[in-house]
Every structure is written in structure tokens, then in C-alpha cells.
Write a protein that binds this ligand. Structure first.
Ligand code: ADP
Ligand code: MG
Length: 461
């Protein structure tokens, strides 16, 4: 089982996308997670030079990335550790792959296996081969985004240009847009796909100005067949970069080259975004990605576990999917944590272990009743409980009532007749209509989404 590799693999995967390629390879090649406890995580690095540099520059970042993946030690420590050898293999498409098979046996003995090394994934033009359409689980929350990305991968530049994907953290935006790049390269290995995080774009732009290499910079991006820019919200307030990006955008768009952009919010909500960029972002298609629902989260957990060669029982899968509701990265983090813990101690990842290890987490699922949902919703919108349960049709009452019905459906999976009954209705079609209406509203109304997030926070507090 290679579950334990999961944590460090996931951290490396994230770092690979966050850092420049040069930095990533220089500092993180041949690194290992040697051990971790709640007190400290020990990262093995090849020499004292790297150790000192890591301590100065990367302690916080590594700590953050570990935390994102479910490991929250009080301290991150770098230790010199020389891995016996490094296996380089060539994959079918001739990209160098460096394996990092850190097994937990080796963690116990602090001697990673012979063929351990550090860089986990294939890079090509900023793409991480781990992100594919095949391992992306499709559900109601992301099917539109998935379909648009598939369409683009089949015919880049023809439809939805630009594609603007937006939504909260850890819900699969980067995965999907990277999948587009990887898919196109599968059919056409010479396609010039450029994936870049906006932070990197800004940094490279500033470097280009500083070192007067502006033309290389501009040329590189403007020669892309597909330009994928992740987390564009970071461009807010960066006027010069916005201007540069505007010209890049125009050059590519005019040449019918595909542009894909993600953001944590829709263009209209990105502060200090130049109007001309804002309007261009709206030229193609903007799709709102939602937090994956319970079934999708279960499927993701199951899929991820089986990619580690493990079948988890349904109760453990559901437990995890309930534990982390809004962020798939965190969900993967708790799964990795569970699997690594079990592997180190040679335990079965069953319900007892899951509960013992993760049950005390602050986002522990709390059993809530239909009544609590209705009361909390009434309270949240400052309407009387009696009014909410009455047939009154005033707008201030109808909307909270519909939201309560929506929550009864999404949180407790009640049937429509049951929802109607809980809300004092006779006819279950009202409940169906309400749930449907709120679902549709959620797609277009970020304020409503925010309210529901807060309301759920109160419910599970
Ligand atoms: P975002 O860019 O929206 O913050 P990511 O694309 O980085 O999120 O996703 C976070 C993690 O969750 C990644 O490891 C990704 O592979 C995984 N993930 C998210 N959604 C899905 C999904 N629908 N199926 C499989 N994995 C997913
Ligand atoms: Mg992302």
C-alpha cells in the first residue's frame, strides 16, 4: 500500500503548482516526509545547504501545505537525509519521471526505499499529469464545468472562449483546467499549452521588467495554443500586470487560441479589476462550480482510496464525506491522514480508528434534527417560527421557508413528502419546487451561497 506516500505526494503536488519549476526542482527534489507526530513533522533533505535554505524560506510554506493535507504538526523540522539512490525512468512520452515511493515501512525505520526520490509528477509546461478527466468525479456540482472542459479539450478555441471557472477553494478548479491541458497533449504532444498560476504570472512579469526581458515574456505567453491562468483574483490591484495580461489576452483571442481562467469569485466581484478585462472575461462562458454534494464526496473518497489499492467500508467513506463538506483538498487530507496512520500502526482503516483519529476534529459532524434546521433558519432570517410554518406567502417568509426545505433536503436527505410535513405543508410538490428553486438561485446568487454557508456553520457549530 502506498497510502502513506499520499501526504507528501499531495504536498509536493501543490508545491509544484505554487513554486516556479526551477525552485521546485532545486529545493524539493529528493525530499521525504520521514516522520510526523502532532508535535513535529520531519522532512528529510539531501544536504546542509538545502537544509539551511529550506529552514529560512520554506518552513511556513511546507507547514501550510501539510496542514492543507491534514497534517498539523506544531513544528516542521528539516533533517539531512541522503536517499540511497534515485531511480529515473522514462515514460512512454519520454518525459522524465522521478519516482517517490515513500513507504511507511521505511518511515518507521527512517530509511526510505531504495528507489525513493523526490519529484513525484511529470511536468510539462506547468501541467501536472496527476490531474486528468479520468480521475475527476463528476456530480451535480461540477458537471457543467466538466462538460465545458471536455468540449474545450476536444476543440480548443472553438467554443467557450474564454472559459472562466469560478468557485470556492479546493473544489476541483485546478484539477479540471489541468485535465484540459493534459487531454489536449495526449492527442497532440506538440501543442503549446501554458498553465500558470496568476501569482507566477505576476512574478515573472515583474522579473521580466526588472531584467528587461519583457519581449521574451510577452512572446512566450502570446505563442501559446492554450493559455490556462489559475486564480486570476490575485491580479486585483496589479495594474501593470493587468495591462500586460490584457494584451496577451487580446493577442491570443484574436488568433482563436483557447484561454481558460479560474478565480475564487466571478469577474464582477474581483475588486479593482480593470473594466476592459472584466468585460473580456465575460465574452465567453463563466461557470460557477459548487461545493461537491455528499454523494460526490463519497465517490471521491472511494475513488481515491481504491487508487491506493484499498476498499473502505461504506460507513468510513460516509464518515469522511460528512467530516469535510466544503473542501476536497481537505477531504483528501483527512483520508491520507487516516491511511497513513493505519499503515504506520498496521491497523485496518475501519470506523473505530477513523473515529478515534478524526472524531475529535473541530468539524466533527453533529447530528442535527429537522426541527433544528427549521428553527435555525427562522432565527437566521429573523422570522417567527410560526410564520415560517404557516401558509403565509410574504416574500420575507417564503424565501427562508424555501431555504429551510433546501437544507432539509441537502443536509438530512429527507424525502419531499417528509420535508413538506416538517414544514407544515400538505402537498409535497411545494417542497420539490422550493428545493429546485433554491438550487437554481444558488448557481447565480453568491450572496445566497454565502448566507447558506453561514447558516450551515451555525447549524453545525
Ligand atoms: P481548487 O483549484 O478549486 O482550489 P483543486 O483542483 O486544487 O481545487 O482540488 C483540490 C483537490 O481535490 C485536488 O487534489 C483534486 O484532485 C481534488 N478534487 C477536487 N474535486 C475533485 C473531483 N470532482 N474528483 C476528484 N478529485 C477532486
Ligand atoms: Mg486551484
Amino acid at each position: 500500500m502506498e497510502a502513506s506516500t499520499g501526504v507528501w505526494q499531495a504536498v509536493l503536488g501543490e508545491l509544484e503548482l505554487t513554486l516556479s519549476r526551477g525552485n521546485f526542482v532545486t529545493w524539493f527534489k529528493n525530499t521525504h516526509l520521514l516522520d510526523y507526530t502532532p508535535l513535529k513533522a520531519i522532512i528529510g533533505v539531501p544536504n546542509v545547504f538545502i537544509k539551511q535554505h529550506m529552514e529560512r524560506k520554506y518552513t511556513d510554506l511546507v507547514g501550510d501545505m501539510l496542514a492543507k493535507n491534514g497534517v498539523r504538526p506544531k513544528e516542521v523540522i528539516f533533517e539531512i537525509y541522503s536517499s540511497p539512490s534515485m531511480k529515473r525512468s522514462r515514460s512512454s512520452d519520454d518525459t522524465i519521471v522521478i519516482n517517490n515511493d515513500l513507504s511507511m515501512t521505511s518511515v518507521r525505520q527512517k530509511t526510505p526505499k531504495q528507489h525513493s526520490s523526490g519529484v513525484s509528477h511529470k511536468y510539462r509546461q506547468g501541467l501536472n499529469s496527476r490531474y486528468t478527466f479520468e480521475n475527476f468525479i463528476v456530480g451535480g456540482s461540477n458537471e457543467l464545468a466538466y462538460a465545458a472542459c471536455q468540449a474545450i479539450a476536444q476543440a480548443p478555441g472553438e467554443k467557450y472562449n474564454p472559459l472562466f471557472l469560478y468557485g470556492g477553494v479546493g473544489i476541483g478548479k485546478t484539477h479540471l483546467i489541468q485535465a484540459v491541458g493534459n487531454e489536449i497533449l495526449k492527442g497532440n504532444p506538440s501543442a503549446h499549452i501554458v498553465y500558470i498560476s496568476t501569482e507566477q504570472f505576476i512574478q515573472e512579469f515583474l522579473d521580466a521588467i526588472r531584467f528587461k526581458k519583457n519581449t521574451d515574456f510577452a512572446g512566450y505567453y502570446r505563442s501559446a495554443d492554450v493559455l490556462i491562468v489559475d486564480d486570476i483574483q490575485f491580479i486585483a490591484g496589479k495594474e501593470k500586470t493587468q495591462e500586460e495580461f490584457f494584451h496577451t489576452f487580446n493577442a491570443l483571442h484574436q488568433a482563436n487560441k483557447q484561454i481558460i481562467i479560474t478565480s475564487d469569485k466571478p469577474p464582477r466581484d474581483i475588486p479593482t479589476l480593470e473594466e476592459r478585462l472584466r468585460s473580456r472575461f465575460n465574452w465567453g462562458m463563466a461557470i460557477d462550480m459548487q461545493i461537491p454534494d455528499f454523494e460526490t464526496r463519497c465517490a471521491i473518497v472511494q475513488n481515491k482510496a481504491s487508487s491506493h489499492g484499498l476498499e473502505l467500508s461504506a460507513d468510513v467513506v460516509e464518515f469522511l464525506a460528512n467530516l469535510v463538506r466544503s473542501n476536497i483538498r481537505e477531504l483528501e487530507g483527512v483520508l491520507n491522514q487516516l491511511l497513513a496512520y493505519c499503515e504506520m500502526r498496521n491497523l485496518e482503516p475501519d470506523m473505530d480508528v477513523a473515529q478515534a483519529l478524526l472524531g475529535g476534529a473541530k468539524n466533527r459532524p453533529k447530528h442535527i434534527t429537522p426541527r433544528q434546521i427549521i428553527e435555525q433558519t427562522a432565527h437566521f432570517y429573523s422570522v417567527e417560527l410560526d410564520d415560517l410554518l404557516s401558509p403565509k406567502r410574504d416574500k420575507e417568509i417564503v424565501i427562508p421557508r424555501q431555504i429551510a426545505m433546501h437544507l432539509l433536503r441537502t443536509e438530512l436527505k429527507l424525502s419531499f413528502p417528509k420535508i413538506a410535513q416538517e414544514c407544515g405543508r400538505k402537498d409535497h410538490t411545494t417542497a420539490m419546487h422550493s428545493v429546485d428553486k433554491i438550487e437554481k438561485e444558488l448557481v447565480i446568487d453568491p450572496q445566497l451561497r454565502q448566507q447558506i454557508v453561514e447558516l450551515k456553520g451555525q447549524l453545525y457549530a
